[in-house]
Design a protein around this ligand. Structure first.
Ligand SMILES: CC(C)(COP(=O)(O)OP(=O)(O)OC[C@H]1O[C@@H](n2cnc3c(N)ncnc32)[C@H](O)[C@@H]1OP(=O)(O)O)[C@@H](O)C(=O)NCCC(=O)NCCS
Length: 144
């Protein structure tokens, strides 16, 4: 799938980790949504699944990669899908894929894969130092 194509065939099957609608205050000087706003939402979505996997506080240690495929516009419905892809001793790496649903008129919406990123979080102890990520909880609710 190229970034220009509608994303329906490769849409994640699970629910988005985060859904948000950007406002006019989130634009850059060109009127598109500011990349920093998108990165902020990505960091929040990634931290949700990292926190769940770590069963406690995490902190972002690295944004390993980010690619902005297509712009985001005011009023798009932005859906962020975050998945844990690697668990280290104290670190958790998460892939985040972002889709924008654009409502061109009352009857037609287009869904576009706009951004992909990989981030690493570190599980933090009460002493603000890295702590080991606990084993996966076998009784945990499945990721929605
Ligand atoms: C996160 C922090 C506590 C890690 O401290 P540290 O002394 O580097 O700890 P370590 O070297 O033990 O690294 C901890 C884990 O992070 C991983 N890590 C460190 N730097 C990394 C990087 N650039 N990319 C990916 N992983 C990294 C290490 O590999 C290690 O993972 P592992 O235990 O699974 O092997 C420290 O770097 C920190 O406080 N950073 C600031 C975080 C912050 O403020 N985030 C918000 C930014 S706005």
């Amino acid at each position: 799938m190229t970034p220009e194509e509608p994303a329906s065939d490769n849409d994640p099957t699970h629910c988005p980790t985060l859904r948000v609608v950007p406002m006019p205050a989130d634009t850059n000087v060109a009127g598109d949504i500011f990349g920093g706003w998108i990165l902020s939402q990505i960091d929040i979505a990634g931290s949700v699944v990292a926190h769940r996997r770590a069963r406690g506080r995490v902190i972002t240690v690295a944004v390993n990669a980010v690619q902005f495929h297509k712009p985001v516009f005011v009023g798009d419905l932005v859906s962020l899908y975050a998945d844990v892809v690697r668990v280290g001793t104290t670190s958790i790496t998460v892939d985040v894929t972002v889709y924008a649903e654009r409502f061109r008129n009352d009857t037609h919406a287009q869904r576009v894969r706009v951004t992909e990123a990989t981030l690493t979080y570190v599980a933090m102890g009460p002493d603000r130092r890295p702590r080991p990520v606990p084993p996966e909880d076998p009784d945990a609710e499945p990721h929605p």
